[in-house]
Design a protein around this ligand. Sequence first.
Ligand SMILES: Cc1cc2nc3c(=O)[nH]c(=O)nc-3n(C[C@H](O)[C@H](O)[C@H](O)COP(=O)(O)OP(=O)(O)OC[C@H]3O[C@@H](n4cnc5c(N)ncnc54)[C@H](O)[C@@H]3O)c2cc1C
Length: 382
Amino acid sequence: MAIDYNAMPEAEFRTMLRDFIRAECTPNLLFQGRRVRWKEIEPWTRKLAAKGWLAPAWPVEHGGMGLGAEKLVAYHDEIDNAGVSRGLEMGVVMIGMLLLKFGTPEQKAHYLPRILSCEDLWCQGYSEPNSGSDLASLRTQAVLDGDHWVINGQKIWTTLAQDCTDIFMLVRTDPDAPKQKGISFLLARMDTPGITVRPIRTLAGEEEFCEVFFDNVRVPRENIVGRANEGWSMAKALLGFERITIGSPKVAQVALLRLADLGRRVGAFDDPAFVETYTRLQLDVLDHVTVYERFAAVLKKGGDLGAEVSILKIWITEVYQRITEYTLEVAQEYGAVSGPSRIGGGEVDPLGFFWLSRPATIYAGSSEIQRNILSKAVLGLG
Ligand SMILES: Cc1cc2nc3c(=O)[nH]c(=O)nc-3n(C[C@H](O)[C@H](O)[C@H](O)COP(=O)(O)OP(=O)(O)OC[C@H]3O[C@@H](n4cnc5c(N)ncnc54)[C@H](O)[C@@H]3O)c2cc1C
């Protein structure tokens, strides 16, 4: 019989996860200064899958853990506290959730087990050149031709597309409709003829994301999720829980731990200037934790989060960047070294952490876009 994790006392649930991470997650995946590739994280992902813990938010009848909001927060807390790298999670957190909500019985039966068995690895094809923040202006087109959709266009910033077997994408299916109205949600195998993947090298020298080109790509008609031209509202409906996880204090808390560790190694705690800056950053994180806990309490009681939740992502990603910038300064000459350096008897990668923090104010809604939301929907300006 499946374990009812929601009935478990929270402390026991957290200990169970912590013990598992300690026993099974290898050090090369902990506190990494870069986004890891599938081959590196595959063994850990398969261990989670074998345990039935790969999809914490999915219902039990579909192979998930069926966690309610409280345990879901605890699950993510434990993974983040341990510093475990993010895997290829788009299958579980995005398309899996979408199919659970809007997929046909056939789509659920086909795709969900393949996500859980790690047979299918999904990437997200939303952004295009000139359509990022203003995503609804996207131009990749799909036209129905008999039993197939024919796709032409280009996606960009597709995280780890080169490691994936499948892509879910937003495409324009009615060019004459108002821009949010003519968009549909399509699925495609990455090995379909006409798809070309070109990795993009980041500032850190990693091939973390890709351009994906579609040249007369034919996918079966049934590869649409939901109804044609209703893709935009479905994509928005996916935001739910993600709105709080992207504002989690964890990234900044981990960065602060790293800064403290480095500070101890180089004797910086004897320097009042360091102590002052460190304390200010620590208080900035603690302020955030207080606000985050208020939002989390609303979720735990089954409530919905309003537009004001945008403050979480703005605040924490900007503090995160201030911490990693200051870490570079404290690391002195090591701050310019690419890859881990031995500092004070241990390995530290200050530059890796700096690079990792840079895109945080861009993805999942940039700081400017989040500020627009706050000013319009919360403050009633403009
Ligand atoms: C690490 C990383 C991983 C990503 N992974 C994926 C992925 O897997 N799949 C995917 O589809 N996309 C992905 N993206 C893309 C991401 O969603 C976009 O970068 C994001 O939506 C911003 O779009 P853009 O890059 O086109 O910037 P733009 O929208 O062109 O913005 C450029 C600048 O202008 C500002 N700006 C734009 N509009 C306004 C406005 N109205 N008011 C004020 N300021 C504005 C922005 O804040 C930003 O500073 C990823 C991005 C990053 C950084």
